[in-house]
Every structure is written in C-alpha cells, then in structure tokens.
Ligand binder design. Structure first.
Ligand SMILES: [Zn+2]
Length: 341
C-alpha cells in the first residue's frame, strides 16, 4: 500500500517524533548528560518467511528432521497448559487403549515417518474407530498422540490390491467398482470392529510386482491420513483449541470454523509432496473417508459414485470440516506450497 515516498515519509515522521521526544526530555533539564538522539535504523528488508502461508508451512516442514514450530509453546501461567495437554492425551489414551492393536500397520507408519523425516511420531492404529468411544473419521489427534482408524486402513489396503491388479491389466474394473467390492467385505457387519487382511482382493491373488505396487498405493493413501493427524500435533492445534476454549468458554473461533482442520489438510499435502507421493492418493483418501462415513450409516445402500457427486463433494458434513471438494483443494495447495518453497 505504501510506496517509496510513503515509507520515507513514515521514517521521517518517526525521526521527527524521536527528536521531539528527546527535546522534551532534555528541556526538563533533569539529565545533565543527555543521551544522543538515536539514529533511525533502515527498515528491515522483507523477511523470506513473509510469504504465502502454504509456502511458509512447506519451508518449516522441509527441515530435517521435522521439529515442532517454536512459535507456539505451552506456558505455565496463567493456566497450567502443559498439564492440561497431558490430561488431554491421557483421556484419549484411556478411551482408546482397549481398541489399540499393537504394531498394526507399523511398517507403513515408519516408512511414512522416514520419507518425511517427521520426528517423535506417536501414532497407533485402533481396530475400528466407529466401535470406539470416539467414533470420528479416519483418525484422531491429541496433543502428542495420534490414533488412526484401522478399519479405514483395512478398506484402503483391499482397494490398493484391486488398483494394483487393475494397473497391471489383470482386472478390468473401474475405481468405483473396486471400492464398492472392497467395502462390501471390509465394512460388512461380520467385519465391524475387527481387523482384517484384504478380502475382496486377497494378497494371494497378486503377483509379487502387483503386491509391491499395492504396498506403494496403500502407503500413499495412508500418508494422507497420517500426515493430517501429525499436522494437528506439529502445529499444536490442541493447544490453540485449549486457549480458545479458555478465552471463549461459550464456544469461540475454532468451535465455528474449520481453521485447524484446513491447516492440517494443507500440511498433509505438503508432507505428501515431501514424501514424493502423487497428489491423487491423499485426495482419494478424502473421498474414501467420505464414502465410508455414508456407507457405515446405510451399509450396502451406498456406492462410491455417490460420494463423488457434486452434492456430496460440496456438502459440509460438520462445522469443523470443510467439504470434500475444499479439502482436496487444500491438499493441492500443500503440494503447490512445496513446489514454491
Ligand atoms: Zn483433523
């Protein structure tokens, strides 16, 4: 907004003010040795950090290993925030420990952590979030702890097998047909709450090359969820929400916007790009999550194509989350931030 003249004018005004202030002080005659009038320093050149938020995020996440931003840290005064955050994780652990399946998908989680050099990842997989006391979406993050929905991962592993067979030309089915076939097995009542290996497209049906391809597709789909949940941890969203709830006990800013969820989606895009993943898969994950959400409410009566209609894509299922179409745009924004970092 300010041209060169404006900046120069502002500097001149500042210098005049400082000079006037110094004159008033010395005019009182209280200081026999008045300090020299400070010479105004040149304005700092624009910081390389002051750019688009997605580029800034990409620069912060490009550091190896990825360490949490120090801009936002818990404090002990006036509220004991570290204790409140500890309590948040403790509550989450208490609610989910019975659902955790130790080491489930741990090879995938370590592969994703090493590809992105994310540090201190504390992620675990539960059997089925829909069968837990916190039946929300594809994952849940506390202050430090991350829990992923094992049932969505099971569904994605089955779909990845189908997609790998399709890629090698041995299966002539559309993506929608593959998803619907896998869902009929993985999300059936018989498989509610329990982990299962691929059932619609079992591992035994795949060639070694197809299995390798499937592992890669699955890793990239799972990355979409893991990186989103890690984003909540990395960007201290629990702390931001805690502060918000103290300032606005009636429900403040975050209670009515998708701010932190949108931020986690951009981070998911940035980290998927850092891992050298294709943007197709984290975005496909959003559609699969939406589909699973509808499917579980009317098992057998929902098809993947219905999750791809514009009505479903533009529907905001809850105030915290943007619509599927917007969430996929946010993931793309993360990829674009990484490319411009
Ligand atoms: Zn989230």
């Amino acid at each position: 907004m300010f041209g060169t003249n404006g900046v120069r004018g502002a500097r001149l005004a500042k210098a005049l003010l400082i000079a006037l202030f110094a004159a008033v002080v010395s005019g009182c005659g209280g200081d026999p040795n008045p300090k020299p009038v400070p010479v105004p320093q040149p304005l700092p050149s624009p910081s390389p950090q002051s750019t688009a938020p997605e580029v800034r995020l990409a620069r912060q996440l490009a550091v190896n290993p990825v360490t949490r931003t120090t801009e936002i840290t818990p404090v002990s005064y006036p509220v004991n925030e570290p204790a409140a955050l500890f309590q948040t994780d403790l509550n989450l652990t208490r609610m989910l420990y019975a659902n955790v399946i130790p080491d489930r998908y741990s090879a995938t989680l370590s592969r994703l952590a090493s590809r992105t050099q994310i540090n201190g990842l504390n992620a675990q997989v539960v059997n089925d979030l829909a069968c837990s006391p916190v039946p929300f979406g594809g994952g849940i993050a506390g202050a430090d702890a991350v829990y992923l929905d094992g049932k969505l991962l099971d569904l994605m592993a089955d779909i990845a097998n189908g997609l790998a067979m399709k890629a090698s030309g041995r299966l002539s089915a559309s993506l929608s047909q593959i998803v619907d076939t896998a869902a009929a097995q993985q999300l059936s009542f018989a498989n509610f709450c329990v982990p299962s290996a691929p059932l619609a497209f079992p591992d035994a049906m795949l060639t070694p090359a197809e299995l390798d391809r499937s592992v890669e597709i699955f890793t990239q789909l799972a990355g979409g969820i893991l990186f989103h949940e890690f984003g909540h941890v990395w960007a201290r969203h629990t702390l931001l929400q805690l502060r918000d709830s103290i300032i606005n006990p009636q429900g403040g800013f975050f209670a009515y916007t998708s701010a932190t969820e949108d931020n986690a989606d951009v981070i998911s895009g940035v980290l998927s790009a850092k891992a050298n993943h294709e943007s197709t898969y984290p975005k496909m994950m959003i559609d699969l999550m939406t589909f699973a959400y509808f499917y579980r409410r009317s098992p057998g009566a929902v098809f993947f194509d219905q999750a791809l209609t514009w009505q479903a894509q533009l529907q905001q299922m809850e105030p915290k989350h943007s619509s599927s179409a917007q969430r996929k745009m946010l993931i793309d924004l993360g990829f674009s931030g990484w490319a411009r970092k």
